[in-house]
Write a protein that binds this ligand. Structure first.
Ligand code: AMP
Ligand code: MN
Ligand code: MN
Ligand code: MN
Length: 281
């Protein structure tokens, strides 16, 4: 089994990189990419654990980008985390995340919530703040019952605290991945609020920028999404990646590795990587 999209507690996952690898090995995963949001901080300890457990670790990252003021996630796979350009770029992303947290918390204050307290809470629990951490702070503060409610009421699409962050343009993010020797795969294509036409334009620009793959199988996505993404892969000459977007055992809808097969005719993103895996079952 192969899973090319997972998170650890170095971003908004629940498990340490080592715990993630132990769980992946137990689930029968042979090839795993750790793709934390805008950070490669977990890759070194993940690599050690992977060696001990006999799992093939693909060094990865999930980078936040913008395309027409829509947030887009780009997976960088087989990246070199020591790449100078990538390191510098991710330092910039961390700075963006910190100033975005300040802006979102100011919005929450204007809604009558204790924004400064929530910000301190997030900063205490996360080196690299994400909305997931803020949702957890809102739950712990008793302001919402569940993280999903935090997104529904405050942090999600169309809500006051969902600020259109000035993430760098898609093409720039793809260039960082390529400069680090990796391949760029468009993450969870079904998740964006874009029309079919807009999505084709997005893919045109992504491909022109050097994007190489699209996440054809993404977590618990329905079969029709897989078919749609497979058709896009073929149309744009992109390879296909597969990933659970696992964040932790508490989110049962994204279990590690329990993924549909890449449809026939889609070139696997790992084809030329010397990886022998049994995709059956
Ligand atoms: P950020 O990268 O800071 O914008 O945070 C986005 C993260 O929030 C995603 O990677 C998900 O892990 C999480 N997330 C987004 N929407 C929801 C939701 N509706 N419920 C729970 N978690 C969500
Ligand atoms: Mn996340
Ligand atoms: Mn994502
Ligand atoms: Mn993800």
């Amino acid at each position: 089994m192969i899973d090319l999209h997972t998170h650890s507690d170095r971003s908004d996952g629940a498990l340490s990189p080592q715990e993630l690898l132990v769980r992946a090995a137990a689930a029968g995963i042979k090839v795993l990419a750790l793709t934390d949001h805008d950070t490669t901080a977990g890759l070194e300890s993940a690599a050690h654990a992977a060696t001990d457990l006999g799992v093939h670790l693909v060094p990865g990252v999930e980078i936040s980008a913008a395309w027409r003021s829509q947030g887009i996630h780009v997976l960088g796979l087989w990246i070199d985390p020591e790449s100078g350009l990538l390191r510098q770029a991710l330092a910039g992303q961390a700075e963006r995340r910190r100033s975005r947290l300040r802006a979102i918390c100011a919005q929450l204050s204007s809604k009558g919530l204790p924004g400064e307290q929530l910000r301190a809470d997030v900063e205490a629990r996360a080196e690299l703040p994400t909305r997931t951490h803020l949702a957890a702070a809102l739950v712990d503060g008793g302001f919402v019952r569940r993280p999903q409610d935090a997104f529904r009421l405050y942090l999600g699409r169309g809500r006051a605290a969902q600020l259109a962050t000035d993430w760098p343009p898609l093409a720039e993010v793809v260039a960082w991945v390529r400069a680090a020797g990796g391949i760029a795969s468009l993450a969870h294509p079904a998740r964006y609020a874009l029309s079919a036409t807009a999505k084709r334009r997005l893919l045109t620009e992504f491909t022109a920028a050097g994007g190489a793959a699209i996440e054809v199988v993404s977590g618990a996505n329905a079969a029709h999404h897989v078919e749609t993404c497979a058709a896009l892969a073929t149309q744009f000459g992109l390879a296909g990646s597969v990933g659970s977007d696992f964040h932790g055992p508490q989110l049962p809808w994204n279990p590690l590795g329990r993924l549909a097969k890449l449809p026939q005719g889609v070139i696997p993103a790992w084809r030329d990587r010397g990886i022998q895996i049994d995709m059956g079952g």
